[in-house]
Design a protein around this ligand. Structure first.
Ligand code: FES
Length: 72
């Protein structure tokens, strides 16, 4: 399923980026996911949160602490 229409990125691509080390939306953006209209930002946050809750990653605390609270 396409998650980011602007960049044509699927949920599988996002999960791969997260498994490869992206722990916040900013880090996904640096990998070419999101960052344009931001319409996918909530979905990206949810996927990061899903990975964090599953213990696959530790959510970024440096640049996105406020975002983590906003989506909690
Ligand atoms: S849908 Fe992802 S940046 Fe627009």
């Amino acid at each position: 399923m396409i998650v980011c229409l602007c960049q044509g990125v699927s949920d599988r691509d996002v999960r791969t980026a997260i498994d490869d080390g992206a722990t916040c939306v900013g880090q996904l953006e640096s990998r070419g996911i999101g960052g344009d209209c931001r319409g996918c930002e909530f979905a990206l946050e949810c996927m990061i949160d899903e990975a964090a809750r599953a213990g696959r990653i530790q959510r970024c605390q440096a640049c996105c602490a406020d975002a983590a609270l906003a989506y909690a």
